[in-house]
Design a protein around this ligand. Structure first.
Ligand SMILES: Cc1ncc(COP(=O)(O)O)c(C=O)c1O
Length: 502
């Protein structure tokens, strides 16, 4: 539950910092507490010289800063300013209630007003049955990250340095270290990370690049955009990643690189791929867009091949507030090349030695990524715990004859997606879950070799049976760090009901 403290309730909490029941509920994470920044002068006036106590109060809560527009609307309202502002912020921020000593002040406004006692009662009462589980609720993490994001983005807005610059460099250094790579280069998207990585290797017309057909479009799309040809290799039916044993037979004199995709957050079998690449003089680009923090035999995704490509698309485990991406590498030479290619191939500015593109990353996206990076390990562990919970719940409810669980073949899986294989009633199950307000998704319904725009590659239905089967049989369930145990139970009960009707 997300609650906004009314000023009277804040003052009460300040007077009783240690024993405040509402504050303690927030500290115990039984609810998420917010205060409006405009209330700070009022509580400071009350605190007098005890500024430290106000700071202590603020540390247990997150600060909601109204926009100038919110303030104008509250001023225009017939209601008193503070009350109108609180009601608006609760509504537009999707909070559940305002906690106040005098709920009658909010009568007539479309806002749920609770006394501290009523809040406590609500939280102590048996929770209402779960009726909805979203596949992903990005705003649910705002309580944790918003103030840190605001700090970073405000610095950038005040500095006026919006493209690349020191904020991007700082994020790159932190990301390189997180990914166990020497260098990282922030770019405009995960798609552009793949494209610029291919360009840095000089891949182009006449070249072939081996990859999987069971991935997001960008993996093969970027190969074609360089003028090279993607050569597909089928997937392993357990991990959904490229089958390394099938790669060698596809290597020709034109082959220049392999792009394994660490799909859903689990690494491909990199030892075999790296050996094959070495034996045949090929380069390796890890498509790690879904695999930030994933590991293979103790090595991080993005640190094993020549380059690793990451995406900051908002649904990723480390997502920005828009598009963004990153390339990691241990090669100084590639690092320098990537930095030049990112700015239209110019070095120094306006002197273009090679053809690059606009692959620059916005500082504002780097700010969001930097702020969220502080929480990533904790979120990843929660996803992993959620995956274990699902596995146990499906086993306990005797569902394993109906659903194939996603095994962790190469720890550590970071579960960007938790994907079940559910046989040929997948579409029916998806509709059933949607009717029960459970978000679920198919990644991906059509393998790339059967996409209309790749017709000229000459592939046909039946060429990659495992990819085609996976495209018909798999379904991703809600797994994000915000999904709780009760929601998972509801998901598993609903799947049970679908297959066994109970
Ligand atoms: C495997 C894979 N590769 C590449 C991308 C492209 O990333 P972006 O959407 O940031 O361009 C994605 C994004 O979904 C992806 O999942």
């Amino acid at each position: 539950m997300q609650i906004l403290f009314d000023t009277d309730c804040l003052i009460q909490a300040l007077e009783n910092l240690v024993n405040s029941a509402v504050l303690n509920l927030c500290r115990q994470e039984r609810c998420k507490g917010w205060l409006v920044s405009t209330a700070v002068p009022a509580i400071l006036a009350r605190a007098g010289a005890r500024k430290g106590e106000v700071q202590s109060l603020l540390r247990s809560l997150a600060v909601l800063t109204p926009t100038a527009h919110d303030i104008h609307l509250a001023l225009e309202s017939e209601e008193p300013f503070e009350k109108a502002l609180v009601a608006r912020l609760v509504e537009v921020s999707g909070l559940d209630a305002v906690v106040t000593l005098s709920p009658e002040r909010f009568s007539g406004l479309p806002v749920n007003a609770l006394t501290p006692g009523q809040l406590q009662e609500k939280l102590d009462a048996p929770p209402p049955p779960v009726k909805e589980v979203r596949l992903l609720d990005i705003t649910a993490s705002y309580h944790q990250v918003l103030n840190e994001v605001e700090k970073e983005t405000a610095e950038t807005i005040r500095s006026g340095q919006f493209i690349l610059g020191p904020k991007v460099s700082r994020m790159e250094e932190r990301m390189a270290s997180y990914c166990q790579a020497k260098y990282a280069v922030g770019v405009s998207s995960g798609t552009d990370a793949l494209l610029i990585a291919l360009m840095a290797l000089g891949i182009g017309p006449g070249d072939e690049v081996i990859t999987t057909p069971y991935t997001f479009f960008a993996t093969a799309g970027s190969i074609i955009r360089t003028g090279a040809k993607p050569v597909f290799v089928d997937i392993n039916d357990i991990t959904f990643n490229i089958k390394p044993e099938h790669i060698e037979r596809c290597i020709t004199p034109k082959t220049k690189a392999i792009i394994p995709v660490h799909l859903y957050g689990q690494c491909s079998d990199m030892d075999i791929i790296l050996q094959l690449a070495e034996k045949n003089g090929l380069r390796v680009i890890e498509d790690s867009a879904q695999a930030i923090g994933s590991e293979y035999k103790g090595r991080s995704a993005g640190s094993m091949g020549d380059m690793g490509c990451f995406s900051f698309f908002p649904t990723k485990n480390l997502g920005g507030f828009g598009d963004g991406g990153l390339v990691t590498t241990n090669s100084e030479e590639l690092y320098k090349q990537l930095k030049i290619l990112r700015v239209h191939g110019s070095e120094p500015k306006y002197y273009h030695k090679i053809l690059g593109g606009n692959f620059r990353l916005d500082a504002l996206q780097a700010d969001v990524v930097s702020a969220k990076l502080n929480f990533l390990e904790n979120w990843t562990e929660r996803r992993r715990q959620n995956a274990q919970n699902y596995n146990q719940l499906f086993k306990d409810s005797a569902m394993t004859p109906f659903v194939q669980l996603p095994p962790e073949v190469f720890p550590r899986h970071i579960y960007n997606q938790y994907v079940l294989r559910v046989g040929n009633r997948r579409d029916e199950l998806r509709a059933f879950l949607n009717e029960s307000r459970i978000g679920c998704e198919i990644y991906y319904p059509i393998p790339l070799h059967l996409q209309e725009c790749f017709k000229s590659l000459g592939y046909q239905s039946g060429d990659f049976p495992e990819s085609e089967k996976a495209a018909k049989q798999t379904l991703a369930l809600p797994i994000s760090h915000e999904v709780d145990r009760r929601q998972q139970e509801y998901v598993v009960e609903t799947v049970h009901q679908f297959f066994l009707g109970e």
